[in-house]
Ligand binder design. Structure first.
Ligand code: NAP
Length: 265
């Protein structure tokens, strides 16, 4: 039996790469949409396209029945979803699998301050609505921040002599590979709509995340808690970016750091 390839948008990113790997291991043909030209390899087909401009998207979706939509950036994910949905409707895609973020429905983006600092959540909410209202069969899961993202953030902060940390912010970081496994499970199943959130195994204050990283890398810094203005920040302080009732992730921040930093014991 021949099956059509599965298109992975953002298949070159942190999450998408892991989805591609797992789909290939499951024996599926995979097509990757990327803005960069890459040579086809290891049974992967690369198609150049841009979800912000729409170029190449029709070619990427041609002959595909399932799309796993992992492409994303800080801005404009609503527009990217609109472009993808448009192409998917023309191709009569049978299953669109979408990754969103915990808090997309709960973090209000109302003022210029909210937009400047947390506009991402508004774009993710817009993307969810576009997919939900499209009429396409879909599965959608909201995840908390990936360990990789938290690591990049604390590495950046640790370059400063004094580390500013948003007062009252907590995170529940999760392994991107565990999220990838769930997306693949959804992609290989039937469209399931919005499924249960995915959060990491533990909630940490931002200060705890920074301190653990500093300790692992043998650095000492003063951490200053900075009050953040706006309603989106208030939602963060009340835990709108967390899902402690869905702490399904297994790999902790400490385990991730051990693996990533290859700490010698
Ligand atoms: N990171 C997190 O903590 C987190 C948590 C929850 C949900 N999510 C969501 O998960 C998804 C993946 O996140 P990630 O951390 O893996 O992102 P990432 O590493 O930054 O990768 C982003 C991917 O999106 C693609 N992309 C960006 N703009 C594009 C455009 N205009 N057209 C086509 N492709 C475009 C990039 O492909 P090229 O550069 O090759 O074109 C890249 O493969 C995003 O939707 C994000 O919102 C992330």
């Amino acid at each position: 039996m021949t099956t059509s390839p599965i298109l992975v948008t953002g298949g070159t990113g942190t999450l998408g790469r892991l989805v591609v790997k797992r789909l290939s291991q499951a024996g599926r043909d995979v097509r990757v949409l990327s803005r960069q030209q890459e040579e086809d390899r290891d049974g992967l087909e690369f198609v150049v396209g841009d979800l912000s401009t729409g170029s190449g998207v029709a070619s990427a979706t041609r002959g595909v029945s399932t799309v796993v939509h992992c492409a994303g950036s800080q801005k404009g994910d609503d527009d990217k979803a609109r472009v993808l949905v448009h192409a998917a409707e023309r191709e009569r895609i049978e299953h669109l699998v979408h990754i969103s973020v915990v808090g997309a429905d709960r973090i209000p983006i109302e003022s210029a301050v909210d937009r400047a600092m947390f506009g991402y959540f508004g774009f993710k909410r817009g993307a969810e609505n576009i997919i939900r209202e499209s009429g396409l069969p879909y599965s959608m899961v909201r995840a908390t921040q990936f360990h990789d993202l938290n690591l990049a953030a604390v590495q950046g902060l640790a370059k400063l002599p004094v580390i500013p940390s948003p007062a009252g912010f907590s995170f529940q970081p999760i392994s991107a590979d565990e999220v990838a496994a769930r997306l693949v499970e959804l992609a290989l199943g039937v469209p399931s709509g919005l499924v249960a959130d995915m959060g990491g195994p533990r909630v940490y204050t931002m200060v705890e995340l920074i301190r653990e990283y500093l300790a692992r890398t043998g650095q000492r810094r003063r951490i200053v808690q900075v009050p953040m203005p706006g309603r989106a920040a208030a939602a963060f302080r009340s835990g709108a970016n967390l899902t402690p009732e869905h702490a399904v992730g297994r790999q902790s921040w400490e385990e991730f750091l051990t693996q990533r930093l290859e700490v010698r014991t």
